[in-house]
Design a protein around this ligand. Structure first.
Ligand code: BGC
Length: 264
């Protein structure tokens, strides 16, 4: 197994992509901290799946494969406490998957400060300070580590009516590039995984509207939405030693959506 004796923190893992990542990392042998904000039932479901997926855990101070920890990452102190509590539970962290995120479909002229803050505070500020706490832990314990941000094709591709979301993902792109350079001497790699349209809760409006869905499918050369498991496989690879020489890159996982332009 690729991630034996590793401990991973996956933010926003009570559902969707975060849940699939947690399960896949556990299948590869990792112990997993499952973070949630407001869905303890979802986090419990992830925990059961993680426990069913993993083998016996040999990580110091724990015989568990997973734990759930509540934290709202729009709060810097909660992000810091999440990292502290994770290391208290498992004795260490090796992998951080910054997955928690949200989007709002709004015309630019209608976006309020409150809505702007909701999106940016979790997607960008939350990722920023969770990563800072994680890196401090690695530095203190003098160990290498891996940071994987779940970004979006919209770190690159405009998405009208989702401007706050695009601003957050564009910010994530530059944050990742900066940190890849700044943290390399600590043995920490930083990369982005950028999904296209994946069949999860964040897309429930789309999934319930056949006409809209057909229009989106027309833009995807592979002809289907992605599955959370598609994304999880890429994250597992980037978290493993096979990816030790990879840092500062975005990996698109979008069925070809990003570069698809056709006249008819
Ligand atoms: C968004 C989805 C959207 C997809 C492709 C994702 O980042 O969360 O709502 O369908 O990009 O446009």
């Amino acid at each position: 197994m690729k991630l034996e004796n590793k401990v991973a923190l996956v933010t926003g893992s009570s559902q969707g992509i975060g849940q699939a990542i947690s399960v896949r990392l556990a299948q590869e042998g990792a112990s997993v901290v499952i973070n949630y904000r407001s869905h303890p039932e979802g986090a419990e479901e992830t925990l059961h799946l993680v426990q069913a997926a993993g083998g016996v855990c040999h990580v110091a101070r724990s015989s568990k494969k997973g734990v759930t920890i509540q934290a709202d990452l729009s709060s810097i102190s909660e992000a810091q406490e999440l990292v502290q509590e994770s290391t208290a539970q498992f004795g260490k962290l090796d992998i951080l998957v910054n997955n928690a995120g949200l989007e709002k479909n709004q015309d630019f002229l209608d976006i309020s400060e409150i809505d702007y803050d909701k999106v940016l505070d979790v997607n960008l500020k939350g990722t920023f300070f969770t990563t800072q706490a994680f890196v401090k832990h690695l530095k203190e314990t003098n160990r290498p580590g891996k940071v994987i941000n779940i970004s979006s094709v919209h770190e690159e591709l405009p998405f009208p009516h989702f401007t706050a979301y695009c601003a957050s993902k564009g910010g994530l792109k530059m944050m990742m590039r900066n940190l890849a350079v700044e943290l390399a001497s600590l043995g920490i790699t930083v990369n982005n995984v950028a999904p296209g349209a994946i069949a999860t809760e964040i897309n429930k409006e789309l999934l319930n509207d056949q006409e809209k869905l057909n229009a989106v499918l027309k833009n995807i050369p592979l002809g289907r939405l992605g599955k959370p498991e598609d994304v999880a496989g890429l994250v597992a690879f980037l978290a493993s030693a096979d990816a030790d020489y990879i840092t500062g890159s975005t990996f698109y996982i979008d069925g070809g959506l990003l570069w698809n332009y056709q006249e008819q």
